[in-house]
Design a protein around this ligand. Structure first.
Ligand code: GLC
Length: 819
């Protein structure tokens, strides 16, 4: 009998009735070998390991082969965690591994695995009818999916936040990085793959990570409502089960394994203006002038492929940009950084240095027959001398080092950041729009085919870029944006979900998409504000800019040939409205920066779904048209044309309208006005909201007053994180972190500010504590001394329910009493 081809096996998978011919299931297992890490089963046919990994993390690794290959991962942070002690025993019908607060039960007779929390709660369990099975290269794990389980994450996905997709009858998604121009809510897969999901069951959370780069699919209750089936088309079924019990803890543990977003340079959190493409140089000068004259804040302008000579990466079109260094310096003097596109497809150009050096160094991906792979990407669309491209083999460390060093001249020209695009990789005339699956890569000395490397190609390119920037500019934080990536890629680059459309459905869809990315480790992300393809109508652009204020990465970008999409493109009143939106972003930067520091430390995304903070609230489980921004702001964006009012669900507790200060009781849905000028935003009672006055770019921040809005609560605490915004010194403790506290009782409000921790101090500035009170205080004391009322600093004033206390920031502990 001929072995079923991969394609046939896949077709079978798509319809997968329980016991389809061609599938072999794990069946009875032999007695395990007990090792210090756990249980290991071998019977000459299959290999199954059940290992302790870390506190709250176990690994179940399976291949239908006599043994495992090298223990290699494209995603995990090395060195891996030291596993906690494992205790193995036999209990009734089960082999049991107890480690790190989890128990794994293996039913040897049926070949079924179950992971339980210490309290006996069953987290993941093989489906009773189907467990581990394989057919040819395809490996499949069928797990039980309970009616009360909700499933989130899975990387960059269009569609609902809850992948359980109740109304849709489940969802089924694939992991295969794809160039999907003009995608819609039903397009899958997109550009970034993260085979990680978080399960929430009545408020309790755990996570599952499939550490395998081959194409995989996740059928979440679609083929069968009670089953979640994971299938991978090669490699291993290598699964990490990660306990919570809170969603935060799952995220913290998942990102401890695969890494966290590094703290970006402060400028990268400002407003970015891009288009495909701004050229020639005069257009950039004009753009800069417009931003500054119109007083629309911005930190970066982007150069797309028309800045390159015939669309070839790492070049300049010298007719359009005769003096790039001069231009970039001029922009920089106005506080504008420049980011340049850097794609992975050098042109095949015999005689040209880049191509020849790549050939000589063996840096390009090869076909199965050993010749260099060629394919059409942007250089094939150039007006002059169009031709095919070749593709660096980023799986190879020497190639990553080579490529990373190639950015040197760009940096010398004054380029501040890199934009890695088309790195799925996208190949217009390639099979399936990419490189052939049997193309050959060199994975650190081990031969690997493109079927294995495809999903990590973008992640590895960003690694080359990130590490290259670190080497070229030691001590400076790199900034890289990428379109494609894979689990673990959050360590190297921010992501944006590619080529959306200027359409309300894309504005709305960007919310669950970015929430899902954040839950999958990619906490630094933002969609093209205004939408990529088509023309953005004035109202759509205005609402999208208002939403983009809360994207961790805030860039307006648009397709070739579309109408202008700058904040002023539609005249008044739009320019005024849009300016105000971008100003809000700059006002809130201290808050956002603190939230991103948290993401870099614990994996908790700044932009996150409400269930992360309120896991027990049923109303939060499916909410995907509102979100939290940091710990204290709740944003309910406008997602429909003409909408001037909307409903928002407020979690239990008190909330304050950010704009009016009105107190709203939570635990219910409330109606809220959403005039064209602004989105509904609510602030959690007890919050400290850190702000600054409007600046035109982040370079103007030093010396600005720090404004702290103190929202009432009997007792609460907040934290502010600051540092120099550009160097890596923060990793050595050179930062300033301060705790703010309040206590209120019987007409007395005490606000305490802790001494900064860490070795950095901001420039001299004023501190403005804006304390919300029910009644006007009689007096205000600073460290026991009564402050004068009036405009002086130190001093205090009262206006509309807010006592504003001004003082030179002492960078030391202080206490303010209001009574
Ligand atoms: C791709 C990118 C888009 C970019 C264009 C030209 O379509 O997704 O953002 O503008 O290529 O480089």
């Amino acid at each position: 009998m001929r072995r079923p081809t991969l394609l046939l096996a896949l077709a079978a998978l798509a319809v997968a009735p329980p016991a389809l011919a061609g599938w072999q299931s794990l069946g009875r297992l032999p007695a395990p070998r007990v090792t210090p890490r756990g249980l290991e089963y071998r019977d000459g046919r299959v290999a199954l390991d059940v290992h302790a990994v870390a506190e709250g993390v176990v690994r179940v690794r399976f291949v239908p082969r006599p043994g495992f290959g090298p223990d290699f991962s494209w995603s995990l942070v090395e060195p891996r965690p030291v596993p906690p002690p494992a205790r193995c025993s036999r209990q009734g019908a089960h082999d049991v591994l107890a480690a790190g607060g989890l128990r794994v039960l293996v039913d040897r007779s049926a070949g079924r695995v179950e992971v339980q929390a210490a309290d006996g709660e069953s987290l993941e369990a093989d489906d009773p009818e189907q467990g581990l099975a394989w057919s040819g290269q395809v490996l499949r794990a069928a797990r039980r999916l309970r009616d009360d389980e909700h499933v989130y994450g899975l990387g960059e996905k269009a569609g609902p936040l809850d992948k359980r997709g109740w109304q849709l009858g489940g969802t089924s998604v694939a992991m295969w990085n794809s160039d999907t121009y003009r995608y819609d809510a039903s397009t899958d897969p997109l550009y970034v793959s993260v085979p990680f999901y978080l399960v929430l069951r009545r408020g309790r959370a755990h996570g599952v990570f499939l550490d395998e780069s081959h194409r995989s699919s996740f059928d979440v209750g679609r083929s069968s409502p009670g089953r979640l089936t994971v299938a991978v088309e090669g490699g291993e079924l290598d699964t990490y089960v990660i306990d919570g019990p809170t969603p935060r803890q799952v995220l913290e543990r998942y990102t401890a394994l695969t890494g966290r977003v590094p703290l970006p340079p402060l400028w990268a959190l400002g407003y970015h203006q891009s288009r495909y493409s701004y050229f020639p140089d005069g257009r950039l000068r004009e753009l800069a002038r417009q931003f500054r004259e119109r007083r629309v804040p911005a930190d970066a302008l982007w150069l797309d492929i028309h800045a390159l000579q015939d669309f070839r990466p790492l070049t300049w079109d010298r007719e359009r940009f005769p003096d790039p260094a001069g231009l970039l310096a001029e922009l920089r003097r106005q506080g504008l950084r420049t980011v340049v596109v850097a794609d992975p497809h050098p042109k095949k150009q015999p005689g040209e240095a880049l191509y020849e050096a790549g050939l000589a160094g063996g840096h390009f991906v090869r076909r199965a027959d050993g010749t260099v792979c060629e394919g059409e990407v942007w250089p094939a669309r150039a007006e002059r001398e169009p031709g095919p491209s070749v593709f660096p083999d980023f799986a190879r460390p020497a190639t990553r080092a080579w490529w990373g060093a190639l950015y040197g001249p760009l940096l010398e020209t004054g380029v501040a950041g890199l934009w890695n695009d088309m790195d799925e990789p996208s190949v217009f005339d390639g099979p399936g729009g990419t490189l052939p699956l049997d193309a050959r890569h060199d994975a650190d000395g081990r031969a690997a085919d493109h079927a294995e490397v495809h999903n990590v190609y973008g992640q590895l390119m960003t690694r080359a870029s990130f590490e290259g920037l670190l080497r070229l500019r030691p001590g400076q934080r790199p900034f890289v944006l990428t379109r494609a990536s894979f689990a673990g890629g959050q360590r190297y680059a921010a992501v944006w979900p590619g080529d959306s459309s200027s359409d309300w459905s894309h504005l709305k869809g960007s919310i669950p998409m970015l929430l899902g990315l954040g839950l999958s480790g990619f906490a630094f992300a933002g969609a093209d504000v205004g939408g990529f393809s088509d023309d953005a109508a004035p109202e759509l652009l205005a609402r999208w800019l208002q939403l983009g204020v809360f994207y961790p990465f805030f860039r307006n970008h648009s397709d070739f040939g579309t109408a202008d999409q700058e904040p002023w493109a539609h005249g008044q009143p739009w320019e005024r409205i849009n300016r105000r939106s971008i100003e809000l972003r700059y006002e809130l930067l201290p808050q956002l920066y603190t939230a991103l520091r948290e993401a870099s430390r614990t994996g908790l995304p700044a932009l996150r779904p409400l269930f992360v903070d309120f896991p027990r609230e049923e109303a939060a489980w499916g909410l995907d048209d509102q979100f939290l921004f940091g710990d204290d702001l709740l944003v309910a964006p406008v997602v429909r044309e003409g909408q001037r009012r909307r409903e928002a669900w407020l979690p239990p507790g008190d909330w304050f309208d950010f704009w009016t200060g009105e107190r709203r009781a939570g635990g219910r849905r409330v109606g809220v006005e959403a005039p064209l000028e602004r989105l509904p935003i609510f602030v959690r009672a007890g919050a400290f909201v850190f702000r600054q006055p409007v600046v035109q770019h982040t370079g103007e921040m030093p010396g600005q007053p720090l404004i702290v809005d103190v929202y009432p609560a009997e007792r609460s605490e907040g934290r502010l994180y600051e540092d120099d915004g550009e160097s890596l010194d923060y990793q050595r403790g050179v930062f300033a972190e301060r705790v703010f506290r309040q206590e209120r009782q019987a007409g007395l409000c005490r606000v305490g500010v802790g001494a900064p921790v860490g070795g950095w101090r901001p420039a001299a500035r004023e501190l403005r504590l804006r304390v919300r009170l029910d009644v006007e205080p009689r007096r205000v004391r600073l460290d026991g001394r009564e402050l004068p009322r009036g405009g002086a600093s130190p001093g205090w004033s009262w206006d509309a329910g807010v006592a504003e206390v001004r003082l030179p920031d002492p960078q030391a502990a202080l206490e303010v009493l209001l009574d």
